[in-house]
Design a protein around this ligand. Structure first.
Ligand code: 9MG
Length: 259
């Protein structure tokens, strides 16, 4: 899953892909490099990012989704927590919802149930603006697993087909370094739930905390984490650097299936 942030303030590529032409170029590049899904987002979820209005988010993502859908056959994912954006994006041709709030915002469960597209349910403790200040768990792996199981049940109760669900432990979302490390070490426990697992690790601050390196210097560590995730059975890797990540996935997968 290649990341396409149509925002002025994302932590790595903020401001780069806010116009349909530049966004399409980047989407095409990621498709050529092997991305199967392009994740289009109009509101940054980095810690401390400002909230955007519904209209602003729609204005940022809808023209870009329409352009990508008109020019490619790649799966377009909408990265949003707002029910209205989910509906408008699917209407514009998106066929995947990536919700860092796991369909907890008003109307989101019902929208997803009506739209009949795959949905990624991500764990987040707190809200993006404040989530790094008070991360607390009894046992992070058990707590995040329990949360995701509950959200899967809520989706089932709302009429969403289990075959349309993907889960994500939400690296960096309301988690300290110690939490992120344990989640990565135990990622196979999420795979054992029997749903596809998506992970986003690309250039995140957990790498900065381990290596004391800036965002632009975190590629090799991002690839190392992608390798660990694929080795433990993760199905979808959300990444900025698609070509290098695809090489990692293919290499690890070849070894996993060797007899
Ligand atoms: C939007 N976004 C940023 N980081 C993410 C992650 O780790 N997972 C998912 N599903 N979405 C993310």
């Amino acid at each position: 899953m290649g990341i396409l942030n149509c925002t002025p303030d994302s932590f790595f590529d903020g401001g780069c892909f806010t116009k349909p032409d530049s966004a399409l170029d980047q989407a095409m590049k990621m498709v050529e490099e092997g991305a199967a899904i392009i994740d289009v987002g109009g509101e940054s979820t980095r810690p401390g990012a400002a909230a955007v209005s519904l209209q602003e988010e729609l204005d940022r993502v809808i023209p870009i989704i329409e352009t990508i859908v008109a020019e490619t056959s790649v799966v377009v994912s909408i990265d949003t927590s707002k029910a209205e954006v989910m509906r408008a994006a699917v209407n514009a041709g998106a066929t995947f919802i990536n919700d860092v709030s796991a369909l907890r915002q008003p109307g989101a469960l019902q929208a997803a149930a009506e739209l009949h597209v795959p949905v990624c349910l991500m764990h987040m403790q707190g809200q993006p603006r404040t989530m790094q200040t008070q991360a607390q768990y009894t046992h992070v792996v058990h707590d995040v697993l329990a949360f995701l199981k509950k959200r899967v049940e809520a989706c089932h109760a709302a009429g969403i087909d289990r075959n349309n669900l993907i889960i994500d432990p939400g690296f960096g979302f309301g988690k300290k370094l110690e939490h992120n490390k344990l989640l990565m070490q135990q990622l196979h426990q999420f795979v054992q739930l029997g749903l596809p697992v998506l992970v986003g690790l690309s250039r995140k601050s957990m790498i900065g905390a381990i290596l004391n390196k800036k965002v632009g210097e975190r590629l090799s560590a991002s690839l190392a984490l992608a390798a660990l995730a694929v080795w433990q059975g993760a199905h979808i890797i959300r990444a900025h650097d698609v070509a290098a990540t695809v090489d990692v996935i293919k290499t690890i997968y070849a070894i996993k299936i060797a007899e």
